[in-house]
Every structure is written in C-alpha cells, then in structure tokens.
Design a protein around this ligand. Structure first.
Ligand code: 5HY
Length: 245
C-alpha cells in the first residue's frame, strides 16, 4: 500500500525527520510518500500559521491522490486542514494529533500532552473537545521550545520535554504522554525509557492506524460532511485538486 505523509509546514529537515519516523514503523508492504507544500509558513505555531498552511497542504493531498495514495497522514500536531483533506481524499486521512490521542487513551486512564509553545495549546485543546477526548487528557503542557528549535541538534529539547513529563506525572497524575509536535517524532522511545511511562508519537500512531484502515478496506465516508467539494467559480484561479481542475 502507499501512504502519503504530508508535513504542512515548509521546513525540509522536518519533512525528512517525519518521513524517517514513518518509514521506521511502516510494514514491509507499505510505501511512504513524504511531502511538504511549496508555499506556506516554515513552522506552524498557532492559528494564523495554521490557516496559511492549509491551501498548500490541500494541493499536496491532491497530488498524492493522483499518485495513487491509499491513505494520507497529516503530520502536524494541530491536525491542520484535516477535515478539508478528508473531502479531497478517497482513502482515510489521519491527523497525528487525533491518532496519538486515541492510542494514548488505549494505554492509560489519563494522559497529558507536551507540545512546543504555549500559543499552540488552545488549538490542541479545541481538537480534544472536537474529538470527544478532552475527558481523557489531564492537561496540555508546553516545553516552550519553538518548533524549529527541535531541529537544532544542540538544543536541550529532550531535557526540556523530560522536565515537563515529570511535572505531568507529579501534578496531572498523567499515566501516559503524547508528544505534541511532529518534530518530536524521534524522541518518543528514549523519553518513554527515561521517564518510565508510555510516550506516544503521533507520526508513528497515524501511520499504523492508516495501515489498519486500508488493510480493513475502510475509507473516508463520502455521504455527509466529507463528500467531495462541489464545482463552482473560484476567483483567482482554481487550485490543484479543485473540482474540474
Ligand atoms: C507541528 N507545528 O507538529 C506543530 C506543532 C505545534 O509546524 N508542526 C508544526 O507546535 O503546533
């Protein structure tokens, strides 16, 4: 099978890291197509970045559909553009945030999220409410490292995230941790070992859930909110993937 993993920001080193994390867990018969938009913010830190990343993301979803993708993973923890992408795709579309929340809720009574900056917390809290999983999440925390700070080998990201994990264990009584950024994908195993509890990375979680849905022959429902977009006039020129393009 072929799974498209799209990093909605435009930082190539993050796309490479995400692609490596996806390939590390993919089954032998799964081909991972990693991509990022040609335009948009270098990182997504809050609502404004998120809004401007969606048009480029949707173009990449359309391209992956043409390339025969059986499923798509949106590799931004805010699950940026998830519902619009589901309208554009035939197969399943999995957000790494939603995937990680579900897996953590199968492992622990309550989990906490550790993301990058505090400004990213409201979007994550909104998603937990939207997915009906807010009751399973004790708290969404931030380690106060910018998204691209995770790309700096000299950063103390792992230590800073670890400090937040210890606070989550002591103060939230968290029994599992969800890493709240695609850029943390390479840290999960080491953090889980060091801190003695399950640490879930959304990239790996989303790839395995996508594989499972495809293997079960389950695709996005097209009889309601995720039906394909209707053909209509589009000022400024219709983007790739628009009906009739
Ligand atoms: C992500 N931003 O996973 C989110 C995390 C965040 O560019 N990739 C990003 O901080 O919202």
């Amino acid at each position: 099978m072929r799974i498209a993993v799209v990093n909605p920001n435009t930082t190539a080193s993050m796309t490479a890291k995400i692609g490596a994390a996806a390939r590390a867990v993919a089954a032998p018969g799964t081909e991972i197509l990693a991509a990022q938009p040609e335009t948009g913010p270098a990182s997504i830190e809050g609502f404004w970045d998120e809004a401007y990343s969606v048009p480029g993301l949707l173009v990449e979803i359309a391209r992956a559909e043409k390339a025969g993708a059986d499923a798509h993973v949106i590799a931004c923890f805010d699950d940026t553009g998830l519902e619009a992408a589901r309208c554009a795709a035939r197969g399943p579309v999995i957000g790494i945030g939603e995937a990680a929340f579900h897996l953590a809720s199968l492992l622990a009574h309550r989990f906490s999220v550790v993301t990058t900056l505090s400004r990213s917390i409201p979007a994550i809290e909104n998603n937990l409410l939207r997915y009906g999983l807010d009751r399973r999440c004790a708290r969404v925390r931030a380690c106060e490292i910018p998204v691209l700070g995770l790309e700096d080998p000299a950063s103390d990201a792992s230590a800073r995230i670890g400090e937040e994990i210890e606070r989550a264990k002591a103060q939230d009584h968290a029994e599992a941790i969800v890493l709240g950024c695609a850029g943390m994908a390479d840290l999960a195993a080491r953090l889980s070992e060091r801190h003695g509890l399950p640490v879930v990375d959304g990239v790996a979680a989303a790839v395995k859930l996508a594989e499972s849905l495809v293997a079960l022959g389950l695709r996005t429902s097209k009889i309601g909110g995720y039906a394909p977009p209707l053909p209509k006039a589009f000022a400024g020129g219709a983007p790739e993937g628009a009906p009739g393009r």
